[in-house]
Design a protein around this ligand. Structure first.
Ligand code: 2M8
Length: 441
């Protein structure tokens, strides 16, 4: 084995070990300290990584997450672990326990996260060593995933657009991204949840987390949605925050395509999903493309205006199969604004363009390098024939992890690990990238 190979193998072994350490016997905690529960899109990433060699655990991961699914198809962003845990806001704040749509157990939150579950399931079908078992599992899970997509397409859209909307910044997965700044200005601070204690600040540096001003708005939005029992029609009418987000819609379109492929394998009728996928992709291209910016932009549903803020998420339509060629060129050029060289030689992508007004290299989703976004962009680049650049970005992220560990995010200039340590999805994404093909060490 070459020195490079040995070092990649050692890194993979460390990632696998971390995923075992974060396993609670039934599923994988997003992290043991900062996030001691099961998070929706983190978990889908973990299932994807586990499907490389740990098929049974990958199934367990998805089964555990979908045990929290609501009767209306909604897949909550957190499945809470039993017992008191140091995470705020916990189940008592979400107040979902007695709702008719929610399961009796487990306890869950009442909002969603980006829908990458069908994509994880497809991955499991492709990578699972025991193919018969993988097919049987996919056939069992298919109705639940279909119900999840139906919930998003039917309950999260309004007449006049096929795009789906989010009602909380936490639903985007990019909590304090500058994408939400203007919309949050219109949200009054929390009333009922006054005097709360933020457990995140006991684990991560305050400068690496959202501000108290933002937390007051996050909790205010939970109050609004809780007040209407998270019921979709009433939430749509009541929410002071409703945004059509590029990343969320792109990942749903991609997951729709994956669900179509799964339907074919498990003998289900793919037509409803095909129709959703086609309508959604068309709407993304028609309603979100911003030619002057060379990027795709969010739409604020309540003002009807575009959110003219540059973030890496605006380039993620690179992933979409039907992306017109001239737009692919523009997006690739725009991507150059996000390229950074943390610590000097590694190549990486900042989440917000360095030098732009809202750029902050340490504060969470406002500038740092994020493994999840790197994964999405690397896949998008491969689809556009940019395999070499994809590989350099993967090698860059793996280099950052190798240097400082499985951190939540990384400083785009120094490369230092930031936020939470020993994060499951950072380890999962490392496994995924290391298994993808020969990644230079
Ligand atoms: C972060 O979000 C949670 C709320 O869901 C938090 O800050 O408490 C985000 O980075 C999100 O994308 C991620 O899924 C979650 C767990 O890693 O942490």
């Amino acid at each position: 084995m070459t020195a490079e190979g040995a070092s990649n193998a050692a890194l993979r072994a460390r990632a696998v070990e971390l995923l075992r350490a974060n396993w609670n016997g039934r599923s994988t905690r997003a992290s043991r300290t900062l996030y001691p529960h099961q998070w929706s899109w983190d978990s889908a990433c973990v299932a994807r990584a586990l499907s490389h060699g740990e098929q049974e655990r990958a199934e367990g991961e998805l089964t555990s997450l979908f045990a929290g699914q609501w009767a209306n198809g909604m897949l909550p962003h957190i499945r809470f672990a039993p017992g008191p845990m140091p995470y705020f806001p916990g189940p008592e704040i979400w107040g979902t326990a007695s709702l008719p749509e929610a399961p009796i157990t487990p306890l869950t939150s009442g909002i969603v996260q980006p829908p990458i579950h069908a994509s994880a399931l497809r991955h499991l079908l492709e990578r699972g060593e025991d193919q018969e078992r993988a097919c049987a599992f996919a056939a069992r899970l298919y109705p639940a995933v279909l119900a999840w997509h139906r919930y998003l397409h039917e309950e999260r859209s309004r007449p006049g657009s096929e795009l789906v909307e989010i009602w909380h910044p936490w639903e985007s997965g990019m909590d304090n991204s500058p994408l939400w700044d203007a919309a949050l200005e219109r949200v009054p601070p929390a009333r009922a949840t006054a005097g709360y204690r933020r457990t995140d600040l006991e684990v991560a540096g305050a400068e690496e987390r959202p501000t108290d001003w933002q937390y007051d708005r996050y909790l205010s939005l939970v109050e609004v949605l809780r007040e209407v029992g998270y019921e979709p029609a009433r939430s749509r009418a009541a929410t002071p925050f409703a945004v059509r987000d590029v990343l969320f819609n792109v990942l749903l379109a991609e997951a729709d395509r994956d669900l179509v492929a799964i339907a074919a394998l498990v003998g289900a009728d793919p037509r409803p999903v095909l129709a959703w996928a086609a309508g959604l992709e068309e709407a993304i291209h028609a309603e979100m493309w911003a030619p002057a910016a060379g990027s795709y932009e969010n739409v604020d549903v309540l003002t009807g205006e575009r959110v003219e803020v540059a973030t890496l998420a605006g380039t993620t339509p690179l992933l979409l199969a039907g992306l017109p060629g001239d737009r692919a060129e523009r997006l690739l050029a725009t991507l150059g604004r996000f390229q950074v060289r943390p610590g000097g030689e590694l190549l990486a992508l900042a989440s917000v363009p360095p030098g732009s007004p809202s750029f902050d290299p340490v504060r969470y989703w406002r500038g740092p390098v994020w493994p999840m976004l790197t994964l999405v962009l690397a896949e998008g680049l491969r689809r556009r024939g940019q395999g070499e650049l994809a590989l350099r970005l993967e090698a860059g992220l793996l280099g950052l992890i190798r240097r400082s560990g499985f951190w939540e995010h990384f400083h785009p200039e120094t490369g230092q690990g930031q936020g939470g340590a020993d994060m499951s999805w950072t380890a999962a994404i490392a496994v995924e990238m290391l298994d993808h093909e020969a990644v230079p060490a």
